[in-house]
Structure formats: C-alpha cells, structure tokens
Design a protein around this ligand. Structure first.
Ligand code: NAG
Ligand code: NAG
Ligand code: NAG
Length: 461
C-alpha cells in the first residue's frame, strides 16, 4: 500500500517534469535568433529573437512575438511584456515605429524602405517582448476556427499564459523585474493581466513571476469616464468657450455621452461642442484633421512602408514566419479595432467596460504603476486619467510638478504611494496619443526614471 502511494507520487512528479519539459521543447522549437533584417545593413546591433508561443486550450492560439534583449544590461534590467493597443494592432508598429529598437525610413520610397536604429528605444534600458495578441493580430494565428474568436477577457487570460510560457522558455529572465506594459485600448486589459500574474503567484503557480508592476501609455480605463472627459478637455484646450462649457455642465449634468434624448437643452449644448471639435484630430489636436475629402496627406507614409516590408517573402523568412498561417499581414486588424460605441464583431467581444476596479485592487499589492499621457491627446485625455487616478484614494506622495529635460519642462508628474504600492502619473508636454512617436526623448526619460526607482528594491527569493 505504502509503496504504491510512493510510486504514485513518483509518477506524478514524473508527469509534472514531463509537462514542464514538453513546454520547454515546444518553445525552444519556435525560437529563432534573427541576426539580420532586410533593410538594415549589417548585423543587428541588438539581440533579436522571434517565435511563437501556444496559448489557450490545446495551444490552439499561436502568439507571435519579437523579443529584444536589453542593450544595456540584460542580466539585471527589467523585462517588459508589451501589449499593443487596438485591439488588433500589430507589435511591429511598436517595434518599427514607436518605441522599439528600429525605425522604418521611407525617404527612398515605400517600396525601398530602410531600417535605422532608434536612439530612444526602450530596449536601451529594458528587455522587451512585443506580442501580437490575440490571434488575427500581426503574425499571430489560430489552429481551429473557434480559436480565432477573442475578447478582452480572453486576451487577459492568454497574455498571462503567454508570459508564463515565455519565461519557462527563457528561464534566465525569471529573476529580472517583470512589468506588464500596454497602450491605448489595452489600458482596459493590462491591469487585468497584471492582476492575473499577482494572483498566480499568490496561488503558488510555478514558475513564480517576478512581477513588479505595470506601465500604461495613453490608456483607456473606463469607457464612460474617458470619453466623457473630452468635454472638459475641449474647454481646457480652448476648443470650446466658457459659455459653451458652462451651459453644457448646467444642461447635461456631467454626462456628455449617454445623454437623455428628451433633454433638448443638453442636445443643443452638445451640438455646439460637436461643431467646435468635429474636425479636430483626436490623436493630436495640433495635427491636421484627416478624412477622405481632405487633400492633406492623411496616412503616414511609414505605415505603407511597414505593410510592404512585412508582407515581403524575404522579411517573413528572416522572421521565420510559419508559411500559410495568415493571409495578408495587416498593420491593424480593422474588424477588431475599437472605436467609441462600437458593438462586438464576429471575431472580438469588447467585454471589459472599465479596468478601474483592477487598478484599485492592485493598490493593495507590492506594485509600481506608471501611467503616462500626451497632453495634446484628445482620444483619451489626461484630464480623465487625472480624475480616475485621484479617485483610487491612494495618498499623494508628491503633488503635480514639472520634470525637466535639458533644462526644459518635459511635462508634469505626480506620485501616489501607500504601503507597497506606488503610482506615477506623468504628462508629456506637446505629445499626442502616440506619445513615444511625438516626444521620444521625454518618454524615454519618464520610463527610465520609473524603472530605476524600482530596480534592486525587490530581489526574488
Ligand atoms: C524556424 O522555425 C521552425 C519551426 O517553426 C524551426 O524548426 C526552425 O529551426 C526555425 N529556423 C531557425 C533558423 O531558427
Ligand atoms: C533604393 O535605395 C537605395 C539606397 O538608398 C538606392 O541605391 C536604390 O537606387 C533605391 N532603389 C529604388 C528602386 O528606388
Ligand atoms: C481579424 O481577425 C479575425 C479573427 O481573428 C480574422 O478572421 C480576420 O481575418 C482578421 N482581419 C484582418 C483584416 O486581418
């Protein structure tokens, strides 16, 4: 009897070992070291790995990633798991256009793009894994019809699964401080992923992840609060007058989006607001407004350059893309991409309305949060962020004050702290929704100070 039990225990250890190893084997099979990329002359000046990680039921979803080791000190620098917005926005956009190690240059035409190094790449201070998530985004795909369908909560689960398996495949990074990073729409999902990681550790899941916190740029947090804050923002930025603003408050009682149609006074106020802001570029109020009837160059040339580059056979060979897994590579999956008021589509359910409760829960963890926003972004205005951050109820550690770069004001920041939790809220002066594109140096400085304040403070046992 006793002997049998021991055998049983041995057997179960053996199975655990097997499962662990089989993950390892699956993962190591789809890791490709990329030494060169078409458009970049010579060897890449950083360590790039691409690959797929299978997540979800039977690993039917294959998530593609670009992993760049820190160009500073990969042994000790933090690891950021970076989830682009959208949903459905490709990781390549971050990698080649935003804060990744390379920028695409289309000065010689979009069919003849070259790649140049980005001196303000976040990979100068952190290792970053850029993930195409969910299936249907970038190079990520599903092996069954059902697995192509996704939602905010599926993304949250799959991202947690991803980061665990990625680290099982890269065990030397298990000790590095881990941060979840997300932008824009992923502001709804990243706090949920982060919470999943903390809860996994609390349950005793193996491997234990050295989670330190999360970083969010231009995040959507609450579909009511953020869209509603545009009205107040329009007033602050001189897009509407004091009179329109005052009447709006009086007539609409603080609700400028789900308004009561029988309230004609409010409708009138919103009509004036709409007239003033309809042809303002939401992503950056200083930039030209673009629509089909407009002769201004609306679409970034670089986007077309990236499309052509990513769809070329030599590029896909260099990245070691599995043949026949996706059709045309798209910069952004437009079916998935969210816009205000959009209903669920056949492939994606927008099932998280607000991530505020997750931010709130994270204030009880040993956690560091950074929220940054361009002050010229009207998509998700900083005024909405200022408001929900204040309502977390965490003690103000340092009140709103400027930070300086080369002796000039880079933007403003304030910090909150309580027990093991701290949060920095930073604006970047002059930036729009794509903060690192508009103000790369300032953004890098904000990130660098945030990461530095935490390094060494939390060594894993
Ligand atoms: C490319 O990926 C396949 C698996 O999808 C793997 O067998 C092969 O070794 C990889 N190639 C390189 C150069 O790493
Ligand atoms: C592409 O760019 C290279 C390097 O600048 C240049 O030599 C070449 O003529 C260009 N080709 C085309 C088709 O424009
Ligand atoms: C978007 O994703 C869905 C489901 O994942 C996929 O079926 C569709 O082909 C994708 N659309 C584009 C334009 O890539």
């Amino acid at each position: 009897m006793r002997c049998n039990q021991e055998n049983l225990m041995l057997l179960s250890h053996f199975i655990i070992l097997l499962t662990f190893q089989s993950h390892f084997i699956t993962l190591s099979h789809s890791q490709t070291i990329v030494k060169n990329l078409p458009g970049y002359s010579g060897d890449l000046p950083f360590k790039l790995e691409t690959g797929y990680v299978g997540v979800g039921k039977n690993e039917e979803v294959q998530l593609f990633y670009y992993f760049v080791e820190s160009q500073n000190n990969p042994e000790e620098d933090p690891l950021i798991c970076y989830i682009p917005g959208g949903p459905g926005s490709s990781a390549l956009l971050a990698f080649l256009y935003e804060m990744g190690p390379l920028n695409i240059n289309v000065d010689n035409g979009i069919t003849n793009a070259t790649l140049v190094t980005n001196q303000y790449s976040w990979t100068k201070m952190a290792s970053i894994v850029f993930v195409d998530i969910p299936a249907g985004t970038g190079f990520s795909y599903a092996k069954t019809k059902g697995a192509w369908v996704s939602s905010d909560s599926i993304v949250a689960d799959q991202a947690h699964d991803f980061v665990k398996k990625f680290l099982i495949g890269h065990p030397k990074f298990l000790k590095n401080p881990l941060y979840m990073g997300g932008i824009s729409y992923m502001g709804l999902v990243t706090p949920v992923i982060t919470m999943n990681v903390y809860e996994g550790n609390e349950r005793g899941d193996q491997p234990r992840l050295n989670i330190q916190g999360y970083i969010l740029g231009s995040p959507l947090t609450d579909k009511f609060m953020d869209f509603n804050s545009r009205f107040k923002y329009a007033h602050r930025m001189a897009l509407i007058s004091d009179d329109i603003y005052k009447l709006g408050i009086e007539n609409c009682h603080g609700n400028y989006i789900n308004t009561d149609t029988s309230n004609s006074l409010c409708a009138q106020s919103l009509q004036s607001y709409k007239q003033c802001t309809d042809r303002i570029s939401m992503n950056n109020i200083l930039e030209p407004f673009c629509d089909e009837s407009n002769s201004m160059p609306c679409q970034e040339e670089a986007f077309n350059g990236i499309r052509i580059w990513a769809n070329s056979v030599t590029v896909q060979q260099a990245l070691n893309i599995s043949q026949g897994t996706i059709g045309t590579w798209e910069l952004m999956n437009t079916t998935m991409h969210y816009a205000e008021g959009k209903k669920d589509t056949f492939c994606y359910a927008y099932d998280i309305f607000s991530s505020f409760a997750y931010h709130k829960k994270l204030t009880t963890k040993n956690c560091r949060a950074l929220i940054f926003s361009g002050d010229h972004d009207m998509t998700f205005p900083y005024v909405g962020m200022e408001q929900w951050i204040a309502s977390l109820g965490v003690r103000v550690e340092e009140s709103w004050k400027p930070y300086f770069i080369d002796g000039q004001v880079g933007g403003y920041e304030m910090t909150y702290a309580q027990n093991d939790f701290s949060l920095t809220f930073a604006t970047v002066k002059g930036a729009g929704h794509l903060v690192p594109v508009d103000k790369p140096k300032e953004t890098m400085d904000v990130i660098e100070r945030c990461l530095a304040s935490r390094i060494d403070s939390n060594i894993i046992e």
